[in-house]
Design a protein around this ligand. Structure first.
Ligand SMILES: [Zn+2]
Length: 228
């Protein structure tokens, strides 16, 4: 019974309620009292290994999180992909978050699936194929520019290629441009590295990713800059 995954989850919840919930009683009472004032909207991947609240050590109530396969932001009004738009609009106009963060990650299975091509995926995962079709041009661009790269190198590079494109797509949302024009939000593009737990931030000025310390100062310049 102890190895049953659901049983383990329920035991985890029991421990959460007994220890964390009771020790943070004031915080949870505030949240239950109707306070919902997250500091940031985080758009990240569904990947079970990359949990925004954990890698940022955020408290309940801090982050408004929208997770989807490969942390994509489809351009505004695109087909059936309205879940991202709904989260973006509500976070900015309703919750008035000050920061919008797109957080991709290395070794992303969603980006790796692009290597198979949406057409091949469509046979058994049609919804996934349709979702990833938005990012297909990204894969083709990187494949062309990195002809000799292995699949692993390609997928790793794709994470850094994808984030700036998703930031550009955010600019197609009227709520985003409205808030930017009024200095109400800042956009951030990050990539989380599964191998060492590092977080690298995109710098539009240099079109490169840099590792930041807690004060926002760069610590390590990352040599791979997005292909343009
Ligand atoms: Zn992923």
């Amino acid at each position: 019974m102890r190895n049953d995954p659901v049983q383990r989850l329920l035991l985890g919840h029991e421990s959460f309620k007994r220890d964390y919930f009771s020790s943070e009683a004031e915080l949870f009472a505030t949240l239950a009292g109707g306070v919902h004032e997250p500091k940031a909207l985080v758009i990240s991947c569904c990947d079970a290994r990359v949990v925004p609240d954990v890698i940022l050590q955020a408290e309940p109530g801090d982050l408004f999180v929208m997770r989807n396969i490969a942390a994509l932001v489809p351009p505004y009004g695109k087909g059936h992909h309205r879940a991202v738009g709904a989260a973006v609009e509500y976070a900015i106009m309703g919750l008035k978050v000050r920061h919008v963060i797109v957080c991709g990650h290395t070794m992303c299975g969603g980006l790796r699936a692009l290597a198979d091509g949406p057409v091949k995926l469509a046979a058994h995962m049609p919804s996934l194929a349709e979702w990833l079709a938005d990012a297909d041009h990204l894969y083709n661009r990187v494949r062309t520019s990195m002809k000799d790269a292995s699949d692993d190198e390609l997928v790793s590079h794709l994470a850094y290629e994808s984030v700036p494109v998703q930031l550009e797509n955010l600019l197609t949302y009227p709520a985003v441009t409205w808030a930017l024009e009024r200095d109400r939000i800042e956009l951030h593009g990050w990539v989380y590295d599964l191998k060492n737990g590092a977080l690298k931030a995109y710098e539009p000025e240099s079109n490169a990713f840099i590792e930041l310390d807690a004060t926002g100062r760069p610590t390590v310049e990352f040599s791979v800059s997005p292909v343009r």
